[in-house]
Design a protein around this ligand. Structure first.
Ligand SMILES: *Cc1c(COP(=O)(O)O)cnc(C)c1O
Length: 389
């Protein structure tokens, strides 16, 4: 079955069952057992992972969503979590313990960095941040106690690409696991497990759910052992996604491929237009030929999503505020992946130890939604005109 067919066919009732098209919302804490015997043995063996036994360990809605995500990721099984960040923290914490060491790219999502520095450290786990462009050279930073090499491409806010296959190979040869935050590309444009990664993490909040109205996370693994370790960790910490959010995320996922196709093309049009403007210093978008990560992106990814960075020539915050405040279609907000265009603003530098950002005092981040790209360009053109006003 091809990918787009899987997006439609999976996580649904058996083909000939009578009933609604979508799995209804199963709101549940208590799950009743028919017989005492079933109740007593509800956690035995794989029952704890397969059966629906209690709302806090998943419902029919999280199971349906997990089935669809695992298939599209090309993975073994998926754990659904309460947020993208908890998918990150459950994936990491499930595989490390006191005395272990993790390697994390310096370009990692800010809250992931904070989790490593402030939380993992209290549990005796040591983190080293590495240059995202290190590739196979990551081997030199792998110690005897390095349990996990974490990756994210492109990087949050600054969009550095990583050589995922080379990093995965180096880690594997030294007995370390590899995890990747693949939120930007989604499994439509990059499937980490096909490139040697053991654990693929997705903030479903973004493109997968796609409508800016929920937070949810997914962790997909290549093996049964990793799936169980991560599911156990999520249960131990009481991490759970609500049935309503699982329902909405699965509904969003049905149109993920077509939304991305349109948003990706529109984002390229907007990015190329911006790249040619005299007010723009640099567009940070790996699908642009001028981007330092372009060759890696082209080699490994099937496409680019619609989120990119924008470095301006002006250092005048007030001028940029005039530009942004007057935009009509690009609304100001964090998160991304919904149907609507957004602009975010970040004062630089942000916390980085290996690759401090020294280029500009601030960075804009553009998310292109499903609007007509010509209207978006007109909105930006009027915005750029306000820079000088
Ligand atoms: C947003 C985001 C997350 C966290 O997702 P939430 O659902 O907001 O917790 C994790 N990683 C990346 C790369 C993100 O952009």
């Amino acid at each position: 079955m091809k990918r787009d067919t899987r997006l439609i066919a999976l996580g649904r009732a058996p083909v000939r069952a009578q009933g609604p098209v979508n799995v209804p919302v199963h709101r549940a804490s208590t799950i009743l057992s028919e017989h005492l015997d079933g109740y007593v043995h509800r956690f035995d063996g794989d029952n704890r992972y397969d059966n629906v036994t209690y709302g806090a360990t998943g419902t029919q809605n999280s199971r349906a969503l997990a089935e669809a995500v695992a298939a599209v990721e090309g993975g073994y099984r998926t754990v659904v979590t309460g947020s993208g960040l908890s998918a990150v923290t459950m994936a990491i914490s499930a595989v490390v313990g006191a005395g272990d060491h993790v390697l994390v790219p310096d370009s990692v999502y800010g809250p992931t960095r904070r989790f490593c520095v402030e939380t993992l450290s209290r549990y005796g786990v040591d983190t080293t941040f590495y240059h995202p462009a290190v590739g196979a050279g990551v081997a030199e930073s792998i110690r005897a106690n390095t349990r996990l090499v974490y990756t994210e491409a492109p990087g949050s806010l600054t969009f550095e690409m990583q050589d995922i296959p080379a990093i995965a190979k180096a880690a594997r040869e030294r007995g370390a696991l590899v995890a990747m935050d693949n939120t930007w590309a989604t499994p439509i444009y990059f499937r980490p497990l096909e490139h040697g990664v053991d654990i693929s993490v997705q903030a479903g909040t973004k493109y997968l759910a796609g409508h800016s109205d929920l937070v949810i996370g997914m962790i997909t693994t290549a093996t049964d052992a990793l799936f169980k370790a991560i599911a156990d960790q999520a249960h131990a910490f009481g991490d759970v996604a609500s049935p309503d959010d699982c329902f909405l995320a699965l509904r969003g996922m049905r149109s993920l491929s077509v939304r991305l196709e349109r948003q990706s093309a529109s984002a390229m049009k907007v990015a190329r237009w911006l790249d040619a403007r005299p007010e723009v210093r640099r567009v940070l978008h790996p699908a642009l030929e001028s981007d330092p990560g372009h060759a890696l992106w082209k080699r490994d990814f099937d496409g680019a999503s619609s989120l990119f960075g924008l470095a301006m020539h002006t250092t005048d915050e007030a001028a940029v505020a005039r530009m942004v405040n007057g935009l009509e279609l690009f609304r100001i907000g964090s998160s991304w992946g919904g149907y609507e265009s957004l602009v975010a603003y970040n004062r630089m530098p942000i916390p980085r130890t290996v690759i401090p950002w020294t280029e500009t005092p601030f960075l804009l981040r553009i998310h292109v939604g499903l609007e007509d790209p010509d209207d978006l360009i007109a909105d930006l053109e009027a915005g750029l005109a306000r820079l000088g006003a």
